[in-house]
Design a protein around this ligand. Structure first.
Ligand code: SF4
Length: 336
């Protein structure tokens, strides 16, 4: 078997180093699923507390399906990303409605549940049913990139495909549960993002191509992050009686195309501070950081500004407004 040396070193390391985690000591698919959802974007120590609470309160999938969504959200409080809790509840109901209790065993059925992607489906299929599916979490991507010296970004769709083909050549089809548990733990504890001296004591050194080529510290590779551009907007809120001025954004290549906002000037750099200090926000988008300030002008006569329309304040809600405008209005209303 080509990977037998890799498996024997990896499993010996795992036996000696693995943490005892309750969800790794069970083959109950419901408990494993709960733990996987709770642990997404959550540290193990914090996740443990929630896992214990959930499993004590709703020990079977039928119990969770019968719970009120509000109850589930309340129990979830503090973990953030509430869509995970909503999907958890919805998935429990789907399992019961489809007659899949305690949990589906077919990979395709598991994968079809709300909130379950390839990683979680692979984790449940392998940990609960010992089925030969990989469970590629961030730790596993890193270990695979280093073992096989793959310098392709793993977070693009082409990269993901390549990594899935790569793990396919490594996966232990006889012992997928053990293999997935061991390689995940190995990534979490030994082959960590910053390696220090880890390679010197690593039992997989002889099998590791990145170690042989001196590239381990450089892997895995992510796709280049887009540079974030700073922009400075000064919005002018003119108000006269019950009227104000708004304008539609007309540049199809820019943000908020065809949405309405107060007349605005954009400066290439941070504008000078003014007094009294206006309402100010920073609004972060994926490629841009917008620094916006809103200045209220109570005027006797509305200025003549190209492209603006004059409306009554109460008509504002009839227009599709930019996110930033809504944020400013919200703050102004709370201050009023
Ligand atoms: S030798 Fe270093 S990079 Fe390679 S698997 Fe071991 S810890 Fe990871």
């Amino acid at each position: 078997m080509p990977n037998s040396l890799l498996y024997s070193h990896l499993y010996a390391w795992y036996e000696a180093n693995r943490r005892v985690l309750p969800w790794r000591e069970t083959s109950d698919p419901y408990a494993i699923w709960l733990s996987e959802i709770i642990l997404q974007q959550t540290r193990v120590a914090q996740g443990m507390e929630y896992y214990m609470r959930f499993i004590a309160r709703w020990p079977r999938v039928e119990d969770l399906a019968a719970a009120d969504e509000a109850e589930v959200l309340r129990e979830w409080q503090g973990l953030g990303y509430y869509s995970r809790a909503r999907n958890l509840h919805k998935a429990a109901q789907t399992v019961v409605t489809n007659g899949w209790s305690p949990f589906p065993a077919r990979f395709e059925d598991i994968r079809s549940l709300p909130g379950i992607g390839d990683y979680t489906a692979g984790a449940i299929a392998s940990f609960a049913y010992n089925q030969p599916y990989p469970a590629m979490d961030g730790n596993v991507y890193r270990v695979v990139a280093r073992l096989l010296d793959i310098d392709e970004p793993f977070d693009t769709s082409a990269g993901k495909k390549h990594f899935h083909q790569a793990i396919d050549t490594l996966l232990d089809r006889e012992n997928p549960r053990l293999f997935n548990s061991a390689i995940m733990e190995f990534g979490a504890l030994q082959c960590t993002p910053s390696l220090g001296d880890a390679c010197l004591t690593c039992p997989l050194q002889a099998q590791c191509l990145a170690y042989a080529h001196g590239t381990a510290e450089l892997l895995p590779v992510r796709k280049p992050r887009p540079k974030v551009r700073d922009r400075w907007f000064t919005y002018h809120i003119y108000t006269k009686g019950d009227e104000t001025l708004i304008r539609r954004r007309e540049n199809p290549k820019d943000i908020w195309y065809h949405l309405y906002e107060f007349p605005c000037e954009e400066s290439p750099e941070e504008p000078l501070a003014i007094s009294p200090s206006p309402l100010a926000f920073t609004h972060v988008l994926s490629h841009q950081r917008l620094h916006a300030r809103f200045i209220v002008h109570r005027v006797q006569k509305m200025p003549d500004i190209a492209g603006t329309i004059r409306i009554r304040w109460e008509e504002l809600n009839d227009f599709a407004l930019s996110r930033l405008t809504l944020r400013a209005l919200d703050t102004l209303r709370r201050k009023a």
